[in-house]
Design a protein around this ligand. Structure first.
Ligand SMILES: Cc1ncc(COP(=O)(O)O)c(C=O)c1O
Length: 458
């Protein structure tokens, strides 16, 4: 299996990273994480040991202050505007938090769209961007009826469908065209989307994207307002994203510039999301501000050079949500394989964090009741699902003496954990709490067997 690369900087030995045998470094934890005098980890003023006792395990604990701060970082970094990529983690509380921090929301399905719409009494649709490489007629109809701010069109079939829907009701949605620039992000192949051989978007290299702009500009059933480009996720080299801007600017200039078939239609250029985050002690990632600065200044120069007036917008998910959360588990069976390793099985696993199995992703671990202690032991932290590949952390650093019943935690689990999880083996997904100012509020309740049985039809 191909593994996601560690940070480019770490791989090149430019940054030392943290000692994986030392205490869990605060930089991998949410902003408000503190170790108490007792050695317990507190987040948002709440003791994780108390949260596990109150809400049970597995449990996702999100630091609200951290989420708000990252949203503000993004809003500050992109003058043109920014959307939170809801696929990273979505529930009604998260939608409200992102909107109240000034972000729009990017949704990738009718389900995500409805979650956002239903989270608000007032009309939030204008703040929503709809994505999807295979949107159904029903999804497009729902988005148009709700009046979403933008639809990011991925295919000619979608343009046909928008035309058809327009004939019935005359509505004219604002549209961006998603293009694939042929720039490969240095990340796992499953989350790399900018290369020509991709299921997403109109290829620039093959001339397909030109045809899409020509067609969209001539349609009266949509209002073409821009171009969208997302080259992949968990990207550490901001330069890869900046290279995509170079390609898009080159592509857009003759089409959207004076005399082009879409002259004056490039209001907005979205560079998508993709900023990587550090998951383990050896990794370092650029900050949101560094990412925004590089991209904004590159776009300002390109826009000047090519005479393009578009504002640059972005839609990060991982960089906002990943490090905001930790997952709490209870250790169950502990199995020694003499001379090989120790397996520590916990009460969750693949169902709340499929990333290690999907991408070979690395995580680290710690004990919330002994957060200030060194972690000299190495164990393999595994889940309870019926798969040998259900490994959460291949080599988890732990304080000595971890025993059955102890609380263990994995940091940086706030993105693509809960949202990609599944009730495999009919093990329900965990509860999710938001913590702030010493209070914890349940934002997603634990999934029960009754929830699953409710879908069975006899
Ligand atoms: C179109 C689009 N925008 C934004 C994102 C968010 O990416 P990330 O969470 O890496 O910031 C994704 C994720 O794959 C995406 O496909």
């Amino acid at each position: 299996m191909t593994t996601e690369p560690h940070s480019a900087a770490a791989a090149e030995g430019e940054v030392p990273g943290d000692d994986p045998s030392g205490p869990i470094p605060l930089r991998l934890l949410p902003d408000t994480a503190r170790v108490s005098g007792q050695g317990h980890l507190h987040i948002g003023g709440c003791d994780l040991v108390d949260l596990a006792a109150e809400f049970g395990t597995p449990l996702f604990v999100y630091d609200e202050a951290h989420l708000c701060a990252r949203c503000r970082d993004v809003v500050g970094a992109f003058d043109g505007g920014a959307a939170y990529a809801a696929k990273a983690f979505l529930c009604a509380a998260m939608a409200r938090l992102a909107i109240s921090e000034g972000m729009d929301i990017d949704v990738a399905s009718g389900g995500e769209l409805q979650t956002v719409l239903r989270a608000f009494d007032d009309d939030v649709a204008q703040r929503v961007v709809l994505h999807g490489n295979n949107k159904s007629v029903a999804e497009l109809a729902m988005a148009r009826e709700a009046g979403v701010g933008r639809i990011v069109v991925d295919s000619f079939a979608e343009l046909d469908c928008l035309d058809e829907l327009h004939r019935a009701d005359g509505a004219v949605p604002r549209v961006l065209l998603r293009v694939t620039p042929g720039v490969r992000a240095e990340t796992h192949e499953y989350i790399s989307t900018g290369q020509a051989d991709s299921k997403f978007g109109f290829g620039i290299g093959q001339g397909v994207a030109i045809a899409a702009v020509e067609r969209a500009a001539a349609m009266s059933s949509i209002e073409l307002v821009g171009i969208h480009c997302h080259i992949g996720s968990q990207v550490f080299r901001v330069e890869s994203l900046a290279r995509a801007l170079d390609v898009v600017a080159e592509f857009a200039a003759p089409l959207f510039g004076d005399g082009g078939p879409a002259a004056g239609r490039l209001e907005e250029l979205s560079i998508g999301g993709g900023l990587g985050v550090a998951y383990v002690e050896s990794e370092q990632a650029p900050t949101i501000t560094e990412w925004g600065d590089v991209l904004s200044s590159r776009w300002a120069a390109l826009a000047r050079q090519h005479g393009l007036g578009a504002r640059l917008v972005a839609e990060p998910g991982r960089a906002i949500a990943a490090a905001a959360a930790v997952t709490l588990y209870t250790a169950g069976s502990i199995k020694e394989v003499p001379g090989v390793r120790t397996y520590v099985a916990v009460d969750g696993g693949y169902g709340d964090n499929p990333r290690p199995m999907l991408y070979g992703s690395d995580y680290t671990a710690f004990m919330p009741a002994r957060a200030g202690e060194p972690r000299p032991d190495r164990v393999r932290l595994v889940g309870k699902h019926c798969e040998s590949g259900d490994v959460i952390v291949r080599s988890a650093p732990m304080p000595a003496g971890l025993a059955t019943g102890d609380l263990v935690a994995t940091p940086v689990t706030g993105a693509y954990g809960y949202s990609m999880g599944a009730p495999y083996n009919r093990i329900g997904r965990p509860a999710v709490v938001f913590v702030a100012g010493g209070d914890a509020r349940l934002v997603i309740r634990r999934e029960t067997v009754d929830d699953m049985l409710a879908l069975d039809v006899l």
